[in-house]
Design a protein around this ligand. Sequence first.
Ligand code: IPM
Ligand code: MN
Length: 355
Amino acid sequence: MGERRHRIAVIAGDGIGPEVTAQALKSMEAAAARCGFTFEANRYDLGGERYLATGEVLPDSVEEELAGHDAILLGAVGTPDVPPGVLERGLLLRLRFDFELYVNLRPVKLFPGVPTPIAGLTPERCDMLVARENTEGPYAGTGGTLRKGTAAEVAMQDSVNTRFGVERIVRFGFEQALARRRRLALGHKTNVLIHSGGLWHRTVYELAEQYPDVEVDYAHVDAMCLYMVNSPEQFDVIVTDNLFGDIITDLGAAIQGGMGLAASGNLNPERNYPSLFEPVHGSAPDITGRGWANPVAAVLSAAMCLSHLGENEAAEAVEDAAAAVLPTMEAMAGPGMGGTTDSLGDRIAEAVAGG
Ligand code: IPM
Ligand code: MN
């Protein structure tokens, strides 16, 4: 068997993006040395800084180069001077759509020793996996504005839902459930959004016939927020629409101890394009350069990347190392973490190497 070598594109981005990405790469290097594979990390300078300097968000030639990689690691993009929407639609959503990254996979797992704002919650009761649809819904961007800036302004923002798009994410959710605790819950708002909700609900219950071993449940997404807080143990895999998934995964991040711990993978399960892994948090310009960013979300995203690349032993080593450092931290972000972004990254990488 040949040498295992992976080509990884790295978009460290803006703000704390480069700070946390450096830690993710350290832990990947330690994992590579330990588990016997190699990788090349090709850096791409994209994000707010580049946009402000050159006006470029994602040149076609760069997107083509990205497409030639096995995976993409992204830190965070966004600077305060870039108007809203430019980088979100021009870079993040463009990659999600063009590379058919139709799964946004976001684990909501409470690690031992992490303070959660939910009184009495224990790790045994909190291990959810959100599979958020990542290419349709209100994010599709269709709609329009009439009479802009007048008292009679009209704004229409459609939600696009296709049977094809819903079915592929729901099927992914069922497959994940089979490999976990065999429960799948759909979150939607079928009582109000009867068109899109109807399509989602029918798709879930039709596919359920092909997965007799998976117990299926439905919750209106507002109630789901309540249950995620009060009884997260009722959830294993949650499948949901793009916007609902965006919202409930910020709630999930809070439940699991904060944005500094929330990891994600934007996946193309068919592997026609590279999948993209990023911490859920943003570029946090308010704390940039201080060493106050928690590197764990980026490190756990790197672990998801390794798992996607088939490096399961390495993925487990990196996740375990991050989990081992968490109980030694005094806070989950900020000046009181009990270490800087960099020193915590060193401790995680050492644990990967030595474990
Ligand atoms: C996320 C972010 C993005 C989203 C933004 C930055 C476009 O909030 O990844 O959750 O809304 O999906
Ligand atoms: Mn979000």
